[in-house]
Design a protein around this ligand. Structure first.
Ligand SMILES: NC(=O)C1=CN([C@@H]2O[C@H](COP(=O)(O)OP(=O)(O)OC[C@H]3O[C@@H](n4cnc5c(N)ncnc54)[C@H](OP(=O)(O)O)[C@@H]3O)[C@@H](O)[C@H]2O)C=CC1
Ligand SMILES: O=C(O)C1=N[C@H](C(=O)O)C[C@H](O)C1
Length: 267
């Protein structure tokens, strides 16, 4: 019998938050103790139309929530601004954050890492919870050892706030670890329309597509004379992220430090 894990969830009405509530509801040893939201202060989750019958209270002031509620884990699925503040507060209260929210700056990630050390509290930052996406990133890192020319194309729904996606940034970092720095394409290439060649990361390009109809997709294309290699992952349902959320919640309970990427927790 697993030990009960008390969870505070930020962003319960969001696309991911609503899916995470269902995960918590169906997992026997996950117990929702509170939600952080922008609205409905003092109400219960079960009082909000469309949300499951869970009697956890909703707080709009995260300070009050962390002062009043005993949580083991914070799951954050909000936006970069709120997510950073929630994660910071969680660490100050020695609540272990599992962060799916993307779009943090390097400075913010460094502060989170430092707080994790200072408060001896584990934190998992997961650019992508889908196991297939984690493998796609690792395969891309492997391929970059042999194919030094690469471009990343990520495609998301048009409600996404941050670009490039957290997944694309993490993929780019893993590729950078595997290939020597170099710039690609023709040295004299010009853009007749600004941005046509995408964003530059260590000499290679990242392209962000935003369209209704997509959930999340990424294609990493490698090229060398006479051949191309494409490594692609698609999430066609947000359910795809939930086994990773489950895994991260379990894992963060065993952690005392900062983990950036689920691949660091997989054998
Ligand atoms: N790591 C991963 O695998 C994945 C990560 N994500 C990331 O998760 C985040 C959420 O994505 P998604 O669910 O699609 O986005 P949504 O916009 O659907 O949901 C975000 C939710 O956060 C709420 N919110 C905004 N500000 C606050 C606040 N201050 N306190 C509490 N709640 C707040 C919003 O409320 P309101 O609507 O009222 O503004 C909304 O309900 C994004 O950063 C996204 O990139 C998404 C999918 C997978
Ligand atoms: O906003 C999304 O939807 C997603 N965000 C994450 C990211 O920025 O990579 C993960 C996934 O791609 C879905």
């Amino acid at each position: 019998m697993s030990h009960t894990i008390n969870i505070m969830l930020a962003g319960p009405r969001g696309k991911m938050g609503a899916e995470a509530l269902k995960l918590i509801e169906r997992t026997d040893h996950f117990h929702l103790v509170a939600c952080l939201d922008r609205k409905y202060d003092g109400m219960k989750v079960q009082d909000i139309e469309g949300l499951p019958a869970l009697d956890a209270p909703i707080y709009t002031n995260p300070n009050h929530a962390f002062d009043q509620v005993n949580a083991d884990v914070l799951i954050d699925l909000t936006n970069p601004e709120a997510g950073y503040e929630h994660t910071r507060l969680a660490l100050l209260h020695q609540v272990r954050p599992v962060v799916g929210t993307s779009g943090f700056t390097d400075d913010q990630l460094n502060t989170i890492k430092q707080l994790s050390t200072d408060y001896e509290t584990g934190v998992v930052i997961a650019p992508n919870f889908a196991m297939g996406a984690v493998l796609m990133m690792r395969f891309s890192q492997m391929a970059a050892k042999y194919f030094s020319d690469v471009e990343i194309i990520e495609k998301h729904h048009d409600q996404k706030l941050d670009a490039p996606s957290g997944t694309a940034v993490k993929t780019a970092q893993l590729i950078q670890e595997s290939r020597p720095s170099q710039s690609q394409g023709h040295p004299n290439e010009t853009e007749t329309i600004d941005g046509a060649r995408g964003a530059d990361y260590d000499g290679f390009k990242i392209h962000s597509v935003r369209l209704p109809g997509y959930i999340a997709e990424q294609e990493v294309t490698f090229g060398q004379a006479g051949q191309t290699l494409k490594i692609t992952h698609s999430s066609t349902d947000r359910y795809s992220f939930m086994s990773g959320v489950h895994f991260a919640v379990e894992q963060v309970m065993q952690q005392d430090d900062y983990v950036y990427g689920l691949e660091n927790l997989m054998e």
